[in-house]
Design a binder for this molecule. Structure first.
Ligand SMILES: Nc1ncnc2c1ncn2[C@@H]1O[C@H](COP(=O)(O)OP(=O)(O)OP(=O)(O)O)[C@@H](O)[C@H]1O
Ligand SMILES: O=C([O-])CC(=O)C(=O)O
Ligand SMILES: [Mn+2]
Length: 543
């Protein structure tokens, strides 16, 4: 039940040491939070009803401002090479300063679950300074039934104060922005950023730490299924198509970003979606587009005409990473439970801006392990003119910034689950074709969907395949409904030699990145590495 505490009334936050707030609004529903957000000038209402907000300086996650407390709890369980540390003393000072900062402020609190599987879900309390942040996280996580709130006992608390400014000298951080994770105190403190994604990815970080200890695999992936439960997992880094491709009219959406895989099957950690809005097309993504016309959707950094209240989804002035947050039932064919059975297919999405990877390839279990640990995608220069060079990104487990443990731990869990459930693995490139970024173009969404559907319905297994000379995986030569040519990326390039050079460069980047795992994985995984075409590579060096 919702409650409001003012003027020294009991707030339910005393046990945390949070005292002196001007008011505490607990578990307000969507309508009430809308009203509070608008009343406070936090956002404006667009045509059709969405709440439009701006986040200012930070329009994406601040991965370099995230710190984990290093103590006896975490010393041997966190991978310190890729997780920046802070001391328990620095965290204690930060928490004191957070409590001071909250005095006299109005706070919005939600009690929610992370995880649709009753055996593995995590009750969390989220304390927000902003009403719209509270609405966002209510959309994104799993809302308890009224009776579940009676004996709700949070196992973690997340406090998010965008107006707080961290102090590098006192808190051990590097800027005024901080995301501080303390697994011993069971708290996450977020300060100095209004980008809402930080909160949902903090819950993800916690689950990524806790679940492997119970033998449950946490994954940065989307999941969808069918009436007869032909479930599929789509791994991928940001912008590779998890949200876009999992919302498919012919399949049931389980979730778009974070899932667990246990003996019971797959389960969503969340109860909502967080979709990229930039240049969203009504034709290619009708289900997601419809949410931009609905009451309830929170639109972050989407440009709106203040008079007509019409949205311009093509305008990247506020952010290239503009976002829409909505409860999962805003998508017509979403799962009511957030759960499904064991997957039959596992897809690794990559947005290869070099235009080298084929649009789909079949992976052996060893290749799947290799690509899971590599976590490859490429970032493009965005909208800047004249910048033609993409940048390769390797992010372990397709989610480095949210994975506290060593990638080999997640890898070992995944390997066992793939083998136990005999899952078919695929690599899908949603990035460039007919040349690299700057010359070619992005893979048409329609082609990607057709190829995926052939993989998921089993028909693609009967196609004829060729072996990719660089990556060693098997690539279909013909698939009904798509142009044969795009299946062979080299043939889409105007200059085949230029393709070979680019492919050799990418293969070499994979090898270089993978060196750090060689002591942690079995030889058969190392053997699944790409082969570097040395002749092509030396042509590049000579150029
Ligand atoms: N062939 C394609 N397949 C998938 N997405 C494509 C394709 N071509 C272009 N896109 C665009 O790429 C973007 C994919 O973003 P999406 O939101 O699905 O990424 P995501 O994996 O969910 O990322 P995040 O983890 O940040 O939420 C969308 O803007 C989509 O319109
Ligand atoms: O969390 C976010 O900001 C969006 C997201 O899913 C990602 O970046 O992987
Ligand atoms: Mn997404």
């Amino acid at each position: 039940m919702s409650s409001v505490a003012t003027n020294g009334q009991a707030t339910g936050l005393e046990h945390l040491g949070i005292e002196g707030a001007a008011a505490v609004y607990r578990n307000l529903n969507e309508a009430a939070l809308y009203e509070e957000a608008v009343k406070r000038g936090e956002g404006e209402i667009a045509e059709g009803g969405p709440l439009v907000v701006k986040t200012g300086l930070h329009t994406g996650r601040s991965a370099n401002d995230k710190f984990t407390v290093r103590d006896e709890t975490t010393e041997d369980t966190v991978w310190w090479e890729k997780n920046a540390s802070m001391t328990p003393g620095q965290f204690a000072a930060l928490w004191e300063d957070f409590k001071t900062h909250m005095k006299g402020k109005e706070l919005f609190v939600q009690d929610l679950f992370g995880g649709a599987d009753l055996d593995h879900r995590l009750p969390v309390t989220i304390v927000n300074e902003l009403a719209w942040h509270n609405l966002f996280i209510r959309h994104l996580l799993r809302r308890p039934e009224a009776h579940e709130l009676n004996d709700f006992e949070a196992q973690f608390t997340i406090v998010n104060l965008p107006s707080f400014k961290a102090d590098p000298a006192r808190h051990g951080c590097r800027s005024e922005t901080i995301i501080a994770v303390d697994f011993n105190r069971r708290m996450v403190l977020i300060g100095g950023t209004s980008y809402a994604g930080e909160t949902k990815k903090s819950v993800f970080t916690i689950l990524n730490y806790l679940l492997p200890a119970k033998g449950v695999m946490p994954m940065h992936c989307s999941v969808n299924t069918t009436e007869n439960d032909n479930a599929a997992i789509f791994f991928g880094l940001s912008g590779t198509g998890k949200t876009t491709l999992s919302a498919d009219a012919s399949r049931t959406l389980v979730g778009d970003d974070e899932h667990g895989w246990s003996e019971n099957g797959l389960f969503n950690f969340e109860g909502g979606c967080y979709a990229k809005m930039i240049r969203l097309s009504a034709e290619a993504e009708p289900e997601i587009f419809a949410t931009t016309k609905q009451w309830g959707t929170v639109l972050e950094n989407v440009v709106m005409d203040p008079v007509t209240r019409k949205l311009d989804l093509d305008d990247a002035t506020l952010a290239e990473n503009s976002r829409g947050a909505y409860p999962i039932h805003a998508i017509p064919n979403a799962s009511a439970t957030g759960r499904c059975g064991q997957p039959r297919n596992l897809v690794m999405l990559t947005c290869d801006a070099y235009g080298v990877m084929p649009p789909i390839a079949k992976l052996t279990p060893a290749q799947a392990m290799y690509h899971f640990l590599s976590g490859y995608t490429a970032k493009v220069a965005g909208t800047e003119k004249g910048v033609k060079e993409p940048t390769a990104t390797f992010s372990a487990c397709f989610g480095g910034p949210f994975m506290p443990r060593h990638p080999a731990e997640y890898g070992a869990l995944l390997r066992e689950l793939i083998a136990e459930h005999d899952v078919d693995c695929w690599l899908v490139n949603t990035g460039w074709t007919s040349g690299a970024y700057g010359t070619g173009h992005r893979m048409p969404i329609k082609a990607t969907r057709t190829l995926l559907n052939a993989a998921l319905d089993g028909s693609l297994k009967n196609a004829t395949y060729r072996e990719d000379p660089n990556f060693g995986f098997m690539v279909p030569t013909s698939v009904p409904g798509v142009d044969d040519q795009i299946l062979n990326p080299r043939s889409t390039w105007a200059d085949g030699d230029a393709y070979d050079v680019q492919a050799a460069r990418l293969a070499a980047m994979f090898i270089e990145n993978f060196a750090k795992y060689e002591d942690h994985v079995a030889p058969y995984v190392i053997a699944a590495a790409p082969r570097v075409n040395q002749a092509a590579l030396s042509r590049f060096a000579a150029e």
